[in-house]
Write a protein that binds this ligand. Structure first.
Ligand code: PMP
Length: 287
């Protein structure tokens, strides 16, 4: 089992996997990406991730030089080559090599990178105890600026929020949108459970439309919970019975402290636990 890296038609080992200093992905964060899980050698919701990748590229006026089915084949091949049963795929499309100006027309061909590796986002005890968090002062991008729906290579706002969390000694951060509504965590979507109703911010609020978020919404409906996609304020988080986050890398994880307030009973609640269990089952089944 080994980290496997493909760049524009060729496999490289870690030491030799390099891109140009004139790549606009590096110079300007000009590009898009996906993070995707592999469970039991099967790519979880591959087509949903491809949908989002190609939509992100369209939103960023970026033409991906690989057809969708070729991209799907590449992922399958790289996973097989890696030998990982459970792993993580990072697909990256950069604007490619240009000059030192911004003009994307100077970049004749986008670059495609596919990395297969492993990932562990939080220490394993957090899945039992829950995460601590603060709400960050740094908001997500305005939806009419760089749309948060585009999974772009520019994560500086989320990194600055993460730095605030690190400085405060907590595990995660909750980011608000520019109007002050709850948006998402640094790399996860957010859910609350109040009086048995599972709630999450709506898509039009400008959040990244998480593949895990969608799967968990399906699972919650299947488990006959009432589900609402509604704007949430921090008050809704402070007073919720449960809060949990969803993401490809994080999967489903409870949040038990926010801005020094204990959420619910202070440990991950029954709905969080049930949905985490259902998600594990779904992921290992590979639907
Ligand atoms: N929001 C942000 C900002 C993210 O980076 C991610 C991770 N891709 C998510 C939400 C969760 O999305 P997904 O479930 O597709 O991983």
């Amino acid at each position: 089992m080994a980290t496997t890296i493909w760049i524009d038609g060729q496999y490289y080992d870690k030491a030799n996997a390099k891109i140009s200093v004139f790549d606009h992905g590096l110079l300007y964060g000009d590009g898009v990406f996906e993070g995707i899980r592999v469970y039991n050698r099967r790519i979880f919701r591959r087509d949903k991730h491809l949908d989002r990748l190609y939509a992100s590229a369209k939103g960023a006026w970026l033409e991906i030089p690989l057809a969708r089915n070729a991209m799907a084949r590449l992922m399958e091949e790289a996973v097989a080559k890696s030998g990982f049963n459970d792993g993580y795929i990072r697909l990256i499309v950069t604007r490619g090599i240009g000059d030192l100006g911004l003009d994307p027309r100077k970049c004749p061909k986008a670059s495609v990178i596919c990395i297969v590796d492993e990932i562990a986002l939080y220490p394993s005890d957090r899945y039992e105890k829950g995460l601590t968090a603060i709400s960050a002062a740094t908001p997500i991008h305005h939806r009419e600026s760089v749309s948060p729906r585009i999974k772009s290579l520019n994560y500086l706002a989320h990194i600055l929020a993460k730095v605030e969390g690190i400085a405060a000694g907590v595990d995660e951060v909750i980011m608000l949108d520019p109007a002050g509504f709850v948006a998402e965590a640094s790399g996860e979507n957010i859910f609350v459970v109040t009086n048995g109703i599972v709630k999450t911010p709506p898509v039009y609020s400008g959040i990244l439309l998480g593949v895990t978020r969608e799967a968990v919404l399906e699972l919650a409906r299947e488990a006959t919970y009432a589900v609402e996609e509604v704007p949430l304020s921090r008050y809704d988080l402070y007073t919720a019975d449960e809060v949990f986050l969803t993401g490809t890398a994080a999967e489903v994880i409870g949040m038990t402290k926010l801005d020094a307030r204990t959420i619910g009973t202070g440990v991950p609640g029954p709905v969080t636990k049930e949905l985490a269990k259902r998600f594990k089952a779904l992921a290992t089944r590979g639907d």
